[in-house]
Ligand binder design. Sequence first.
Ligand code: PMV
Length: 355
Amino acid sequence: MTIFEATCSAPVNIAVVKYWGKNPEKIALNLPTNSSLSVTLSQDQLHSKTTIRASADFTSDRLWLNGHEESIEKNKRLVTCLRETRALRASMEDKDAALPKISGLNIHVCSENNFPTAAGLASSASGYACLVYTLAQLFQLPLDASDLSIIARQGSGSACRSMFGGFVAWEMGSKDDGSDSKAVQIAPETHWPDLQAMICVVSDAKKGTSSTEGMQLTVKTSALLQHRIKDVVPKRMEEMIKAIQDKDFPTFADLTMKDSNQFHAVCLDTYPPIFYLNDISRAIIRIVTEYNKDGIKAAYTFDAGPNAVIYAPEKNMAEIYALLSHYFPGHQFDDSLGLLKNNAAPSALPQNFDT
Ligand code: PMV
C-alpha cells in the first residue's frame, strides 16, 4: 500500500512587538486585536520537526506530540488546519485527474520540539508553522509563505510569523474573513547578521495560563489593552520597522523592552491578574537595565512565561553571558547564538529522515 509522506522543520520566532488579544467577534478565525512583529531564530536554536504520513491503510487521523499520542479531535485548531489544507488538495484533485487522490486519506502526524513545550518559548509558533508547512508539502499545495501564514494563523496566531525567516510582521488586516491577516517579511535573515539572540531558560515548567485563555480574559477586562491597541502599537510598528531597516540597535532595543514591559503590564491589568514573570525574570530585567545605563547594549523580552530572550550585537554577547552566569550560576543560558542564518524559514527534510 502506498504511503505518502513529508517531513519538515520550522523555527520559533520571538516577538519584539507582542501579539496579545483576540478579536472577540472572530474567535474561530483567530484574528488579533493588534499587528505584531518578530524575529525568527535560526533552526539551529529552537525548532519543531514534523512528519506526516497519509495512507489508505490508516483507519483514523492520529497525532503524536513529543512521543505521546494525543487526541486530534480535542485539538480544534489542528483540525481547522487539516480541514483547510485538505479542501485545497481536494479542489486540485477535482481539476487534475492525474493527481493521486490523497485528500480523502487518513493521516498520522508525528511532531517534536527540541526544547520545552508550552513554557513560553514559542513552541506553538514553530509547531503550527511546521504542521501547516508539512501538510502543504504532503499535498503539494501551490501556495507562497504569506498564503500559508493565513492557515498557520488559525492554528496559533504567532505561528504565521514563523513562515518566514528574518524580521516578520503579522499585519492584523481589516477584512471580515481574515484573508488579509497574514505575515509579511520586513527584512530577510541576511539583513542584520550582527544582531544575536540568547535564550535564558529560567524555568521549563508548563505555563499556568495558556495564551488563548489569557488573551480572552485580557480583552474582556483590561482598559490598558485598549490604550495599547489604539495609541501605542500602530506607531510602535512603524518605528520598529524603521529601526530594523536602519539596523539601529538602540532604538530596536528601547522599543523591544518597552513593548515587553507593556505586554506584562497588560497581563497585570487583566482581572484576575496574570503573572508570567518570576523573581529571576525581574532580576534579569534589573541586570540588563544596569548594563545599559551608559548606553543601550542589550534588550530583554519575555513572552507568556518567565524565560528571557536577550537581543544584542554579537560583540556584547560574551559579556552578557558572563554577567548572567555570574548572577545565576545554576541556570542554562544558550549562547550558541547563530540567530540569523539562511535556513531560518521552514524547510522540507529528506523523506527518510529519522523521526
Ligand atoms: O500564538 P500564541 O497564541 O501562542 O500567542 C503568543 C503570544 C506571545 O508569545 C506572548 C506574543 C507573540 O507575539 O508571540
